[in-house]
Design a protein around this ligand. Structure first.
Ligand SMILES: [Zn+2]
Length: 475
């Protein structure tokens, strides 16, 4: 919620001692509008920032910032810092910031931020602290006002758009030395919060593979939806309840590059041979190879089965890449409102792609670790089809269980969501689908009507048991 609030002329609320008294003479008010626009289709994220001031005193500004974790918030806070450094400190400043998250940090969350040393703002804390220090140097009040359609704001938006084609510039979060307060006030310090502050002050370098993989995931999601998610959005999407817990864990490790495959083994004495895929003539393995390239039984067939299932509902199918698998939990989530209408199809794609990739990975581990690459023990096509079908049936049954409001309360999956997700593939072309089709017991087996017979000759009952056992394997 936007709050219009005046920052006090006295700087004590920001955690600093009061500065010189305000100027007694009326000063002209300077208005500044600050807008940001992310640059689409880039592996390293960047953001264009535009600032426009009233009057002729200060020319409009535009610049582009580029960092791996760039976001509109980072752009907005950089714009604010630039405005605070531009406008004379004895002028009364009115700020129209497009980004409400930044405004909220300086208004309703101000007290908490000051008490915690801006810890909650994460990697943006140094710039927030610098902006807070710059605000305290102002002798008159500074006001935040809503960013509405107004000539000044429109001009700021066009500056931000134009800034996207400029060479990148760095935001230097230096603070006036006398105001360079670090840490947190003793009055509000507890043992727990002190520990959190200490942990936050220790720099943990990000894994190289994580940065590369997040870039791949963002690029794939951006290519698919035309909207570029932030790294934080990718991580939060993995926690989506649409993805089954073991699959979530798989995606998390996949993005972190936590699985020990391929090049990892080249550096382990006496285990160098584990780096290569024996089926593919000694190619160095990688998750990319395992999930979308390997010729060993499983990879190609499972994607074909997934494409068939997805195609039943008329959903467009693209051959997955490592990036699209890593961003599969984001399908539709990063889309614009207009694209988000087909909720069921997007939820189905999220589930199908992540489950397919996870099954390919499980089959690979069984082949390489359990069966030690013995071709005689490779899974047959029939077994793979059966495993895939069981995985999907189990997933649909889970969704059905999640519609039980008495059991799951606020976490219940709505019946409408469940139907929108599975009806198009369980009852393709039947309009309307049978009433209460989810009420019976044998409805799942009808998914495979028209497909080749259950290869192993298992009946429905055995298929159901099989699906349960495979779910335990995956857990
Ligand atoms: Zn291979």
């Amino acid at each position: 919620m936007f709050q219009r609030r005046m920052l006090p002329a006295s700087s004590t609320r920001l955690g600093y001692p009061p500065l010189s008294p305000p100027c007694p003479y009326p000063q002209p008010k300077v208005w500044v509008a600050i807008a940001t626009r992310m640059v689409p289709r880039q592996t390293v994220l960047s953001c264009g920032v535009g600032l426009v001031f009233t009057g002729n005193l200060y020319p409009a500004q535009r610049f582009r910032i580029e960092v791996p974790t760039c976001s509109n918030e980072r752009g907005a806070i950089s714009g604010l810092l630039s405005a605070l450094r531009t406008v004379a400190t004895d002028a009364s400043l009115v700020i129209a910031l497009e980004n409400r998250a930044v405004v909220a940090q300086f208004t309703k969350r101000l007290s908490d931020n000051v008490a915690s040393g801006w810890l909650a703002t994460g990697t943006l804390a140094p710039i927030y602290r610098a902006a807070a220090a710059a605000l305290t140097r102002r002798s008159l009040g500074t006001q935040f006002v809503p960013f509405r359609t107004h000539a000044l704001h429109v001009e700021a938006l066009s500056q931000a758009n134009a800034a996207r084609s400029l060479p990148p510039r760095e935001t230097v979060a230096t603070t006036h030395t006398s105001l360079a307060l670090r840490g947190r006030p003793l009055a509000t310090l507890t043992q727990g919060s002190a520990q959190l502050t200490l942990i936050a002050s220790q720099k943990v370098p990000e894994r190289k593979s994580t940065v590369t993989n997040i870039g791949l995931a963002i690029q794939a999601a951006g290519d698919a939806a035309g909207v570029w998610p932030t790294p934080a959005r990718v991580w939060s999407s993995i926690r989506s309840r649409d993805i089954h817990r073991p699959t979530r864990e798989f995606l998390w490790k996949l993005i972190h590059g936590a699985y020990k495959v391929g090049a990892f083994w080249l550096h382990v004495q006496d285990h160098e041979d584990k780096a290569r895929c024996t089926t593919c003539g000694g190619t160095i393995e990688s998750m990319q190879h395992i999930l979308v390239e390997c010729t060993a039984p499983g990879q190609k067939l499972i994607w074909e089965l997934t494409a068939e299932l997805s195609g039943r509902a008329g959903t467009a199918w693209k051959i997955p890449t490592l990036g699209s698998i890593m961003s599969s939990s984001l399908t539709g989530a990063a889309a614009s409102a207009a694209q988000r209408r087909d909720f069921g199809a997007q939820r189905r794609q999220r589930i199908l792609i992540s489950e397919a990739a996870f099954l390919i990975w499980r089959l690979r581990c069984e082949r390489v670790i359990q069966h030690e690459n013995d071709p005689a023990k490779f899974a047959t096509d029939q077994e793979i089809v059966r495993r895939w079908r069981a995985t999907i049936q189990r997933r649909i049954r889970l969704d059905l269980q999640f519609t039980n409001r008495r059991r799951f309360g606020p976490r219940t999956l709505s019946l409408a969501s469940m139907r929108a997700t599975w009806e198009p593939i369980l009852h393709p072309g039947s309009d309307p689908p049978p009433d209460n089709w989810w009420g019976g017991t044998g409805f799942l087996v009808r998914i495979w009507d028209g497909c080749s017979e259950s290869p192993s000759g298992l009946n429905d009952e055995q298929l159901a048991q099989e699906s349960d056992s495979s779910s335990r394997e995956g857990a």
